[in-house]
Design a binder for this molecule. Structure first.
Ligand code: SPV
Ligand code: MG
Length: 431
């Protein structure tokens, strides 16, 4: 009997999948490679059910003889193991990242004269509706929150990139890099108080109010599906925070970070060069407890941000606060620094981890930008936030083009620094 191989990543089986399995079984004995959670999350969205359960479901579908794990988006390893006569796939893998998957599979199959059989992509009205429902549901608040929890549970470093409007959010949602065959993309979006203030030309002192920041958040949520971490500054008065955190939960934020400052807060990177004060431990713990009591979703995260290193209150103070905030119910600790090397962050993380192995640690390496993600991971850090880079990149690019038009008294020369109109139109929906 001929051997047939196919790969399935989905955790929701529909008639399209049944159709392709049926076709595959006509060619011979079917082995299904079930894509591991890591790769489903990387290329589609985190699976709702685990790999083991997905395998059990697929094992019991008529026409499937064997089920194995596929540990990579590329089929190579499993193909060499199974040496199938045929690969069965829908005819929808001739574009995007799938094109390379197909080409590599074809090269491996050629080693023993195997063949790729393409089945016309199965579609009907119900299925299209179902797929579009599935796509939209990924952007729903609870799905985003669950995804952040899943990413943290996977134990990989979670990479969060700032977005300051819908367009920059589209970049964070879609951009990816391919390094030595490993695809990398951002896991979520940071709503920065600095950037939300800067785009309005205002200081980062909690002046841009929550209503206006939520409008920006809505624009970002409308075009994305990734988890959202919201910089809620100090959280304001405890009495106000009790309401504001509910609002943030309701509008779809996945995690909120509040910093332990009180009074007129200034941007952390200004440190003690300006007047700003740290809250008392007990008072800030009360804010954390109030916040935790106000939210409903168990997936929603309230992360406490320790400013002791920023305000030069010392390592002991930073650690004492971090442990107290966890005790008060914080779901994570963000430790911030404005040093140009990561040494104090590493020391904090190592000492924190020696007593607490579970609570997620968050860092923002703006000033110690030389640090590599692997180093952060090695010190037990779970989330890295690139807090302002897209806005800082946009400003010089816009300024250069504006100056070029003034200097040349026409816009021709600036064209080389601008995206083509065709490209920009392809970014936004046609209707
Ligand atoms: C922000 O992005 O607004 C932050 C991080 O709070 S920092 O600017 O480094 O304080
Ligand atoms: Mg901020």
């Amino acid at each position: 009997m001929k051997k047939v191989y196919m790969c399935l990543s989905t955790d929701i089986i529909h008639t399209g999948h049944i159709n392709i399995i049926k076709k595959a079984a006509e060619y011979g004995e079917v082995t299904v490679g079930v894509l591991s959670d890591e790769y489903v999350a990387l290329y589609e969205t985190s699976p709702i059910i685990s790999l083991t359960e997905r395998m059990k479901i697929i094992e019991n579908i008529k026409g499937v003889s064997h089920v194995i794990v596929q540990n990579d988006i590329f089929y190579d390893e499993n193909l060499k193991k199974v040496r199938p006569d045929y690969i069965i796939h829908g005819d929808n893998w001739n574009q995007g990242y799938q094109k390379e998957v197909k080409e590599r599979a074809a090269r491996v199959m050629a080693e023993w004269g195997g063949e790729i059989i393409e089945i016309p992509y199965y579609e009907n009205e119900g299925l299209s509706l179902f797929n579009s429902y599935l796509k939209d549901s990924r952007g729903m608040p609870e799905q985003r929150r669950q995804k952040l929890r899943q990413l943290l549970n996977r134990g990989e470093l979670v990479k969060i990139m700032v977005a300051h409007d819908g367009l920059s959010a589209l970049i964070v949602e879609k951009v990816h890099s391919e390094n030595n065959g490993k695809r990398r993309s951002f896991d979520g979006i940071w709503l920065s108080s600095l950037c939300d203030s800067t785009i309005k030309g205002k200081p980062d002192i909690e002046l841009v109010d929550l209503t206006s920041r939520i409008q920006n958040l809505e624009d970002i949520m409308e075009v994305t599906s990734k988890p959202i971490i919201f910089d809620a500054d100090t959280g304001g008065l405890i009495e106000h925070f009790a309401y504001n955190i509910k609002t943030l939960e309701r509008v779809g934020v996945s995690a909120v970070i509040i910093e332990d400052k009180i009074g007129l807060k200034r941007n952390s990177l200004l440190g003690n060069d300006v007047e700003q004060h740290q809250d008392g431990i007990e008072n800030f713990c009360r804010k954390i407890r109030t916040g935790k009591k106000s939210v409903i979703s168990s997936n929603f995260m309230l992360i406490a941000r320790v400013e002791s290193l920023i305000l030069e209150a010392g390592m002991e103070d930073a650690l004492e606060r971090a442990f107290a905030y966890v005790e008060a119910g914080a779901d994570g600790i963000m430790i911030h620094s404005r040093k140009s090397t990561p040494d104090e962050i590493f020391e904090f993380a190592d000492r924190f981890r020696s007593k607490n192995t579970k609570t997620p640690l968050v860092v923002v390496p703006t000033s110690y930008s030389c640090v590599y993600e692997d180093q952060l991971k090695a010190h037990g850090i779970n989330i890295v936030i690139y807090a302002n880079h897209l806005l800082r990149a946009a400003f010089p690019a816009m300024k250069k083009v504006a100056c070029s038009i003034l200097e040349n008294e026409r816009c021709y020369e600036s064209g080389q620094d601008c995206m083509s109109i065709k490209e920009i139109l392809s970014l936004i929906p046609m209707k």
